[in-house]
Design a protein around this ligand. Structure first.
Ligand code: GDP
Ligand code: PGA
Ligand code: MN
Length: 610
């Protein structure tokens, strides 16, 4: 039996409830060793991982890793929220009874860390001193060293975060056991994996993956799913899959903070990191706060505040290049400590490559391996599969991001001026539409979606709805979630404006009508000005749109035809969409009457204009 107490004593970890928790799970998973880690252990653990071949060198202070080839993305079918209260069941959260999931996962995990080290990672999902700090502490137990290294980049790690808790019991228990990845039946009827958040016990039990989205429990399981649940249980806050950024107008000194939700792989990281103030002269300064999670609450002054609970970026590599996202490239340079996962790699030169990094892949393929480790030189001539996995990622800390905000760790958070939603929509959704009414804004978030990716998945033009971009992270029922949003934002006396944005309208030949990426700043500037009453826009049934004159368009590469289309409402398509929305909302229980009223108001306005 492993000696847990000695390991905890050596690390000086004193919280008695944390010690009990570690001992409890060590007895179940039966590791050979227990080791408590903190940020200061990073260099040593990196070296150990290099020696063990878990990491490979990718340049000075840059590292490469592969996850098992059947383990490269979050698995929504295997992810559940478990509680002891069936009324927590929603349309999307795969609700299960807490007792059943705890028993099942305890059995899966029994003896499953034999021969391995159990790392104890105390962490904090908040800037220290935040008013939400009491919901932010956790302890992840993992039997994977690469998971430890990712957690050290993505969250604040150290024993002090759990040793000084006011209530020693108020930490999230987050247990990660990798399992035998080669024998888990991923994606088959015999799938052994389960990723459960036992939300009313603040316990996370994830078995059967070492991929970031399933294994970095501070990030998605705690920062989103658990926090979503805690936000409602406490009545105190919202936890959302949101990016957060700041814009300063240097001429007037005005400063705006904008947060917002886009479904996974719809552009949060890019929007938060890469807006191009230089394209608009030297007038604006854009700052990065966060790219994937924001927690929101109402301050004593009646404003909505937001903060990023994370300490790093877990970005999609594909299409990241000097033109689309130079900021991302700057944040993964020499000495950054970045970890690349599942991109292409050359063990001879230590270079990495992914689709869209450069126009063409390296000409000399000598040594190059694809994301599975197979030599490119040995590929069949007709093999056109990508070198990098489409969900390959880079993991880097916030401090590496060149335009990270000076106050990104300010405990008070930042006041929020606008909340935006956006998905991938190839027609109908204009560039930006502003929504001033609270219920219509929440309604817009609830009906957010992105296009279905497989033709078989739905009717043409029908979205895969993803309320507030929280579909994979929703902890309780959607109607109650809408009510909680109305309550929290409704309690602010000085409210943010809402807006819907779309960077993804396409022409018949498939080209993007709007250049997107760094030019998206122009849509946000219009929104900020609209909120401040400096421009009036044009009222439509679905919100206020900018006029061409109001948008700053100097230097934008767009045809007049495309510009007109992205600033127009297609009434017939919108009325078709309203029918889909009605069905979507009917799938939810307890949708607040205010939301239905908003739906009927928008429908009636569209009908009146038809
Ligand atoms: P996230 O998962 O929501 O953070 O999304 P990312 O920012 O990582 O982007 C996902 C994908 O969308 C990447 O391949 C980006 O290159 C692409 N993307 C992001 N922003 C834009 C945009 O404004 N226009 C276009 N056409 N593509 C974009
Ligand atoms: P993203 O975040 O896909 O939104 O970048 C990681 C995840 O949700 O798995
Ligand atoms: Mn995400």
């Amino acid at each position: 039996m492993v000696d847990v107490n000695t390991a905890l004593d050596e690390a000086g970890l004193t919280n008695p409830r944390v010690r009990e928790y570690v001992a409890h799970w060590a007895a179940i998973t039966q590791p050979d060793r227990v080791e408590v880690v903190g940020a200061a252990d990073d260099a040593r653990l990196v070296q150990e991982a290099l020696d063990a071949g878990e990491l490979l060198p990718a340049g000075e202070g840059r590292y490469y890793s592969r996850s098992y080839y059947k383990d490269t993305a979050r698995s929504e079918e295997r992810t559940v929220v478990a509680t002891s209260n069936e009324s927590d069941k929603g349309a999307y959260n795969n609700w299960k009874p807490a007792a059943e999931m705890t028993e099942l996962l305890t059995e899966r995990m029994r003896g499953a860390s034999a021969g391995k080290t159990m790392y104890v990672i105390p962490y904090l999902m908040a800037p220290p001193g935040s008013p939400l700090e009491q919901y932010a502490a956790g302890v992840e137990l993992t039997d994977s060293r690469p998971v430890v290294l990712h957690m050290m980049r993505m969250s604040r790690v150290g024993s002090s975060y759990v040793d000084n808790l006011e209530d020693p019991d108020s930490f999230v228990r987050a247990v990660h056991v990798t399992g035998d990845l080669e024998n888990l039946g991923q994606g088959t009827p015999e799938d052994q994996r389960y990723f459960a958040t036992v939300a009313d016990e603040r316990t996370i039990l994830h078995y059967g993956s070492s991929y970031g989205g399933n294994a970095l429990l501070g990030k998605i399981a705690h920062g989103l799913r658990q926090a979503c649940y805690d936000g409602r249980a406490s009545g105190a806050f919202l936890a959302e899959q949101f990016m957060l950024l700041g814009i300063t107008d240097k001429e007037t000194g005005k400063r705006w903070h904008i947060c917002g939700g886009f479904p996974s792989a719809s552009g949060k990281t890019n929007l938060a990191m890469t807006l191009a103030p230089d394209a608009l002269g030297d007038r604006y300064h854009v700052e990065f706060y966060g790219d994937d999670i924001a927690w929101l609450w109402v301050g004593d002054d009646g404003r909505v505040y937001g903060m990023n609970p994370e300490n790093g970026v877990f970005g999609v590599a594909k299409d990241t290049n000097e033109k689309t996202n130079p900021t991302a490239l700057d944040s993964i340079g020499e000495g950054s400590g970045v970890i690349f996962t599942n991109v292409a790699y050359n063990p001879q030169t230590h270079e990495v490559w992914w689709e869209g990094m450069t126009k063409n892949p390296p000409e000399d393929v000598t040594g190059w391996q694809d994301w599975k480790g197979e030599l490119i030189s040995e590929r069949a001539a007709d093999d056109t599969s990508p070198w990098a996995h489409p969900n390959s990622r880079f993991t880097t800390t916030l401090a590496n991001v060149p335009n990270v905000a000076g106050d990104f760790e300010a405990p008070a958070g930042v006041p929020i001026d606008a909340i935006i939603f956006g998905g991938r929509t190839s027609d109908r959704e204009p560039l930006v539409r502003a929504i001033t009414d609270l219920a219509e804004g929440v309604y817009d978030g609830l009906t957010l979606g992105a296009e279905a990716t497989f033709a078989a998945e739905g009717v043409d033009g029908q979205l895969r709805y993803d309320p507030m971009s929280m579909r994979p992270f929703m902890a309780y029922g959607e109607g109650d979630y809408a009510a909680h949003w109305l309550k929290i934002i409704g309690s602010a006396t000085d409210r943010p404006i809402f807006a819907h944005v779309n960077w993804f309208q396409r022409g018949e030949d498939g080209h993007f009508r709007w250049p997107g990426y760094r030019d998206n700043l122009r849509a946000l500037l219009w929104l900020a000005r609209f909120k401040d009453g400096e421009v009036t826009g044009r009222q439509t049934p679905v919100g206020v749109l900018p006029t061409v004159e109001e948008l700053e368009l100097d230097g934008v590469d767009i045809t007049p035809e495309d510009l007109e289309i992205i600033l127009t409402i297609d009434n017939a398509r919108w009325r078709q969409e309203m029918g889909f929305r009605e069905e979507h909302l009917k799938a939810f229980e307890r949708v607040p009457e205010e939301i239905w009223e908003a739906h009927r108001r928008v429908s009636a306005a569209l009908d009146a204009e038809a």
